[in-house]
Design a binder for this molecule. Structure first.
Ligand SMILES: Cc1cc2nc3c(=O)[nH]c(=O)nc-3n(C[C@H](O)[C@H](O)[C@H](O)COP(=O)(O)O)c2cc1C
Length: 418
């Protein structure tokens, strides 16, 4: 019997109603930074990439997309804060819609995971006078990157990331994360406003909704996690205080574009970029309690809650490694799923088998696939027929070539593109 017709027990290929969206299957393209939007403007290569991964009734999430000019921490990441970016995104969204998928725009601010200046390793020019050489070293090699005016990145804290992490610079080198500047309370409303404007821009570009990136050690997670947030004001300390920044953003964006068009991503148990918490389960539950309350208050559910599960650790530096035992991870995810009153999407290390299992056992409504979707543009088709998968090539994850490692992974058969 084809899996789409399974009786009772849902599979990855059972239809799903996500609020007002009727999905024909549960395999979602996970948000993934791919560094192909030169100078922040999405270009035609992105339309090709996203349409390759579109299916009738499918669902895509864009790469992290910058909410403001202080939000970047990777080279050539698209933005959604000015008209030129909105116009460029329109073409991509239209192309995806023409293939029958919906597409959510992931709103991103990296916070302290950014950089302000790129000190190249300068060459020595013995033929220059010492004075000119010093000028060269100070001015010409001191290129401003990511932050306007070379300002310090913003965060909940003024603690820099530990030496365990390195930042990818525009020239392909890796730098040390600089000391950030802790946001003052009076500055927070402006940052919230950036998310709101970006969400409105995304809807203007035709996106079906937006996903607020509250995961993986970036700005919102820097407020959520007690391993980073060392504030003594109303945004630090208690769980209620640490959740406040996220909830102000969610509230403001929901008011602007409607709760059913917004989604939230969190990763309470992921320590990417030093984002540790002393009690990940309680943190996850605290966010969920507040999202449930907001949904009740607004009389509308969010589109979905997207949770990266600890197995995601495998995505970072290595291909293996776990935070807790398999049972601990399953308990955490299951408890969060059972507590959230709405659509629950999981991500992180899912194979076909694990995805099938999660959906069948009620641990996930939807499953987002990352790396396997990079190397298999027709992943939905391949998973459906249980076909072999292309292997992904890590070294082209973040390069700028519009084709190589981006849109040149082979389809199984030509028909699967239809
Ligand atoms: C190249 C790459 C870029 C990523 N960029 C983002 C991103 O922009 N936003 C985000 O929330 N997660 C990002 N992730 C995490 C993925 O969404 C996903 O959760 C992760 O890859 C684990 O899923 P997988 O095991 O199916 O790859 C990225 C992952 C990869 C491999």
């Amino acid at each position: 019997m084809p899996e789409t017709q399974s009786q009772g027990t849902p599979t990855l290929f059972s239809p799903y109603k996500m609020g007002k969206f009727n999905l024909s299957h549960r395999v979602v393209l996970a948000p993934m930074t791919r560094c192909r939007a030169l100078n922040g403007i999405p270009r035609p290569a992105l339309a090709e990439y996203y349409t390759q991964r579109s299916t009738p009734g499918g669902s895509l999430i864009t790469e992290g997309t910058l909410v403001s000019d202080t939000a970047a921490g990777f080279p050539h990441v698209p933005g959604i804060y000015n008209d030129q970016q909105v116009e460029a995104w329109k073409k991509i969204v239209d192309a995806v819609h023409a293939k029958g998928s919906i597409i959510f725009c992931q709103l991103w601010h990296v916070g302290r995971a950014s950089h302000s200046r790129n000190f190249h390793h300068p060459m020595h020019f013995p033929f220059l006078s010492p004075f000119i050489e010093i000028f060269y070293l100070l001015i010409l090699t001191n290129e401003i990157v990511y932050q306007p005016g070379g300002a310090a990145p913003i965060s909940s804290t003024s603690k820099p990331l530990s030496n365990r992490w390195r930042i990818l610079m525009p020239d392909g080198s890796y730098g040390i994360y600089p000391k950030p500047r802790a946001l003052q309370i009076s500055e927070i409303p402006e940052v919230v406003q950036h998310y709101r404007t970006a969400a409105l821009n995304a809807i203007r570009a035709g996106f079906d909704g937006i996903e607020i990136h509250g995961a993986h050690g970036y700005l919102i997670d820097q407020f959520l996690k007690d391993g980073i947030n060392d504030r003594r004001d109303e945004y630090g300390g208690s769980l209620a205080n640490r959740c406040k920044f996220l909830m102000q953003i969610v509230g403001s964006v929901a008011e602007a574009v409607g709760a059913d068009r917004i989604a939230v991503r969190i990763s309470p148990a992921i320590d990417h970029l030093d984002a540790t918490d002393s009690n990940p389960l309680n943190l996850g539950l605290a966010v969920i309690e507040r999202l449930n309350e907001l949904q009740l208050k607004l009389g509308s559910k969010l589109a979905y809650l997207h949770v990266t599960q600890p197995r995601y650790h495998a995505y970072g530096q290595t291909e293996s490694g776990r935070h807790g035992s398999e049972d601990e991870e399953a308990h955490l995810m299951r408890t969060l799923k059972r507590s959230y009153e709405g659509t629950f999407m999981c991500s992180g290390g899912f194979t076909r088998e694990l995805g099938m299992q999660a959906v069948a056992e009620g641990d996930a409504d939807l499953v987002s696939y990352g790396r396997l979707f990079i190397s298999n543009p027709d992943l939905v088709f391949r998973l459906r027929i249980n076909a072999p998968l292309n292997r992904y090539i890590r070294k082209t994850f973040y390069t700028q070539d519009p084709v190589v490692g981006y849109t040149d992974y082979p389809f199984l058969v030509v028909q699967s593109r239809l």
